[in-house]
Design a protein around this ligand. Structure first.
Ligand code: SAM
Length: 248
């Protein structure tokens, strides 16, 4: 039986990786990487010599079929993304779906458009998909937010154009705290649009977390307007990666 391990890797601090993740990365036949150059830094740090294969958002069916062939040939693989947990706003879902359809014996009805593998494909009951859990920016940010987190909605990245206003309205109207990922290029734009659409809703319980587990980790808490002011007034505060939590 071959195994496809879905391995979480650090979101900043290279020490944030489990012993099981390191052992798995060292033992598999190949590591599937979102960006081999990024993962190389982690592998070199831990002196892991496993060969890598590139697998990212734009990988097509040809690459997926090559990966499926490796699994069918009995190879064990690990999937990692640049940071955090694969599949969480990162590549992974399409590959897992295709592996399950072709090799898993458990055929899921949802297809990924033309990437779908024919249902008559022979089933080979020999692949296990196993999670090697670890860091994710969503859980790390929630854990230090101070916002009640027994229930929350995770919305990933705001759409750039189509559906953007609807997305922001959903956040404002949400019954539960909402968690959003945003890049340095769009953080101010997103916060300002959120503030504008919220109008009288006056979002007073917002947490913006920047550069989790890195040297410049910063947490901004409180009223949305004051957070925007703080970030706008300091260029350094506009650098890095962001998670925004809109409390209720
Ligand atoms: N798979 C990853 C995870 O499990 O969190 C998320 C990948 S997504 C492509 C990248 C986004 O996650 C960034 O734009 C940012 O919103 C968030 N993120 C990742 N690392 C972060 C960090 N160290 N601090 C704050 N946000 C981070």
């Amino acid at each position: 039986m071959s195994t496809l391990y879905i391995v979480a890797t650090p979101i900043g601090n290279l020490e944030d990786i489990s012993m099981r993740a390191l052992r798995t990365l060292g033992e598999v036949d190949f590591i599937l990487c979102e960006d081999t150059r990024v993962t190389r830094v982690l592998l070199e740090h831990y002196q892991i010599k496993t060969p890598t294969i590139s697998y990212h958002h734009h990988s097509g069916m040809k690459k997926i079929n090559e990966i499926i062939d490796l699994l069918a040939a009995g190879k064990n693989l690990a999937l990692v993304s640049d940071a955090g947990t694969p599949g969480i706003s990162d590549p992974g879902g399409k590959l897992i779906q295709a592996v399950l359809e072709k090799l898993g014996g458990e055929v899921h009805p949802v297809k990924f458009g033309s990437a779908g593998i024919p249902p008559e494909a022979e089933l080979f009951n020999g692949v296990k998909i196993e999670s090697v859990p670890g860091p994710s920016a969503v859980t790390a940010a929630l854990s230090i937010s101070g916002i009640p987190t027994d229930k929350f909605v995770f919305l990933g990245f705001p759409p750039h154009k189509k559906g953007r206003q609807k997305f922001i309205r959903k956040i404002i109207e949400s019954e539960w705290p909402a968690v959003v990922y945003e890049s340095k290029h769009r953080i101010i734009k997103f916060l300002e649009e959120l503030n504008k659409l919220a109008e009288k809703d006056n979002l007073t319980s917002v947490v913006v977390v920047r550069e989790l587990s890195k040297m410049h980790e910063t947490v901004y808490r409180g009223n949305l307007e004051s957070i925007i002011e703080k970030i706008k007034n300091n260029k350094d505060d506009q650098r890095g990666e962001f998670v925004v939590i809109i409390g209720k």
